[in-house]
Each structure stands twice: as C-alpha cells, then as structure tokens.
Design a protein around this ligand. Structure first.
Ligand code: PMP
Length: 361
C-alpha cells in the first residue's frame, strides 16, 4: 500500500502466475508450457524479421497474422482479433462485453465456474463487473444447465482449467443460444482445446454472441513470444478493436507477428508434437492410477491429480525437494490436488519415479 495509490489499485487482487525459477534447474511441470520446441519455420521467421524494419511501428491491424488464422480456421480475417497473448484478449473481452456495476444494480452477474482459470475474477474486479462463480459438480464436471439463467454473460474454458475436463460442443451451442435470447456474450477460452476438446470456431457464423479465444503459448510452443487470437462475429471483433485502440494500438510487435504467422502455417509440425503430448498424457494417467492417484479425465496438456496418503501441499513440497515443480492451488475443494503439465516422456518418467518414491517412503 502507498499513499500514492488510487482506490482502484488498492482494491485489486492481481493474478499470481506460476513460478519461473531462476536459481535452480527444475523439471518444470507447473505452467503448462509445451515441452517441445517451436517449429524451425517460426525461429527462421523471427530471425528474418529482426532487421532494420524494427525502426518502424508494426501493423496495428496485425493483418498478416489474422489472414493466416483466417485461412487455417476457414473464417474471414474480419472474424479474427489478434493480441499479445490470450490473457490480453480476455482482459479486453471482459471490458468489451460485460457490464460494469456502475450501470446500476439491474446488471446480472457474469457466470464462470467456481474452479476455473483464476484470471477471470481478476479481470472482473479490474473492470468492476459483478460475477457469480457457479459450482462444478462433485466430480468436477461443468453442468451447462446451471448457466442457463439470467446473466451478464458467461465465460468457460474448454477444456476447463485446472481440471482439464472438456465440455461437449452440443452443450456449448445450447448455452450460446440460451444466452443470445438476452443478447449476452458467451466466451469460450480454448487455450487447451488442441489437446482434445471440440473447438466451437466453426459455429461462430450461426452464433453471433460466441467468441472463441486462443493462445499460441501452449499448442504452438510460443509462451515466450506472447501471441493469441479470438474468433467471432465481426461486430464482436470490432468491439475488441475499440477497447484495444483505447489502450495501445500496437499490442503485437513485428517479431511476434512474423513468428505467430509462421506457427499458424505449420500445422503439420504442431499436430505431430501435440499428438505426442496427448500420448504421454494417456500413458502417465494410466501409471498414476496404478499408484492409486485420482486422475481427472483430461483433454488438456496437463492433468489434475490427487495423490494418495499425503495432502496436496505436502506432495507438492516433496516433489519440489526432488527438483520437480508442479502447481498447487491452496483453494477450497482442490487443495488436495496438483496440476501437472505434461512434459517429455523422459521428464514424465522421472516424475512418476519421484511419485513412487514419495508414496513408498
Ligand atoms: N486461458 C487459460 C485457461 C490459461 O490457462 C492461460 C495460461 N495461463 C491463458 C488463457 C493465457 O495464455 P496466454 O496469455 O499465454 O496466451
């Protein structure tokens, strides 16, 4: 706290990102990064863009990247918004589509699960948007019927994070139609969809209130580049541009634009590495279940697991001592669970061996 802070800053409760260790070398399974390198075509494109052109501002419309996304997903460039990672796009979307409390108490709350990406309540508070967490079922699945109520809008990740559990496309479409009756926007955060959930991208033309949000951080191995995009009706895209251009017109720099376009164009490479991640996830799930872990069914590049015998906090500490970093959320209902990103086969073998040793000692 400081006397210089305004009331807004005082009332914020910022998101706490997963640890990026600097002191010691860990097997890093805590922030859902892809264990495989970006496509060589991406590295080449970034190197080629590192030239005297950096003197000039980048294209504020991110045209080349949006055209690449449009071609890949069979939509029009006007249906695509580009941004500096999907966190930025989500922040803009909360500001663009969900009403602030100052508009009066008639504004119903925005809905999202009680256990979900912990940035959603942070954005809601930043924009002063009323929100209502909706409890997951006891088995941690999303019951779509719970969201068919008067709301200021809905946001769901598919698959959900940190559980990894997917939502069926039929459920998404039925909720989109329900929320459209009151002209409310339904945002689907597809950060991890490439690892096994059904994307709703192909449904945006029939559902003008549906916005899908995507990142290159996970399935394109580019967390360090900061690139993301959203796909939706062109009026939704226009709203995001209006918010962006009220903050910062140049959210993607020249290097990011070059690398992100090259990544979107190299689907063959990324399909291959992501299929490897999926195969490793299935193998690790089987091994952990044999060790009496409860492993939620995952469609993501991470698993959400409850270790036997020890608390989540103690298991997290025991793994850390062995040089393996995972994520523990000290939160009601999930304090005994750990979120484990899927690494290389070699990393995951070390992880399983460490788990076995911790349980047996
Ligand atoms: N959505 C979800 C559900 C996430 O877990 C993350 C990663 N923390 C993001 C969005 C943001 O990804 P990025 O900003 O790296 O694109």
């Amino acid at each position: 706290m400081s006397d210089y802070w305004n009331d807004r800053v005082r009332s914020l409760s910022p998101y706490i990102p997963g640890e990026q260790p600097k002191d010691r070398k860990f097997i890093k399974l805590n922030t859902n990064e892809n264990p495989y390198p970006p496509s060589t075509k991406v590295i080449e494109a970034v190197k080629n863009a590192a030239n005297e052109g950096l003197r000039l501002y980048p294209d504020p419309e991110c045209t080349s990247f949006r055209e690449a996304v449009a071609a890949r997903y069979k939509v029009k460039p006007e249906n695509v918004f580009a941004g500096n990672g999907s966190d930025e796009i989500l922040a803009f979307a909360f500001g663009a589509f969900f009403e602030s409390a100052e508009k009066g108490s008639k504004t119903p709350p925005v809905l999202f699960p009680d256990i979900t990406y912990s940035f959603y309540p942070v954005y809601a508070k930043l924009w002063d948007i009323p929100f209502q967490p909706v409890p997951l079922r006891d088995d941690y699945s999303i019951n779509i019927e719970d969201y068919k109520i008067a709301a200021g809008g809905v946001i769901l990740p598919n698959p959900n994070a940190p559980t990894g559990m997917p939502v069926q496309l039929d459920d998404i479409l039925s909720l989109a139609q329900y929320q459209d009756k009151n002209k409310k926007v339904f945002i689907i955060d597809e950060a991890y969809a490439a690892f096994g959930a059904s994307s709703a991208v192909q449904c945006i033309d029939k559902n003008p209130n549906l916005l899908t949000v995507h990142t290159l951080s996970k399935s394109s191995s580019l967390a360090g580049l900061r690139a993301g995009f959203a796909i939706g009706n062109e009026k939704l895209i226009e709203a995001l541009c209006r918010i962006r251009d009220s903050f910062n017109s140049y959210t993607m720099d020249r290097l990011a634009l070059a690398g992100a376009s090259a990544a979107i164009e190299d689907a063959a490479y990324y399909d291959e590495i992501n299929n490897r991640v999926i195969a490793t996830r299935e193998r690790v799930t089987t091994s952990l279940r044999a060790l009496d872990f409860n492993v939620l069914p995952s469609a993501a590049n991470f698993i959400f697991i409850k270790p036997p015998k020890k608390s989540g906090k103690d298991f997290f500490a025991a793994l850390r001592e062995k040089g393996i970093l995972v994520r523990h959320f000290n939160k009601e209902r999930i304090a005994d669970y750990l979120r484990v990103s899927i690494g290389t086969d070699d990393d995951m073998d070390k992880f399983i061996n460490a788990c076995r040793e911790i349980i047996c000692r």
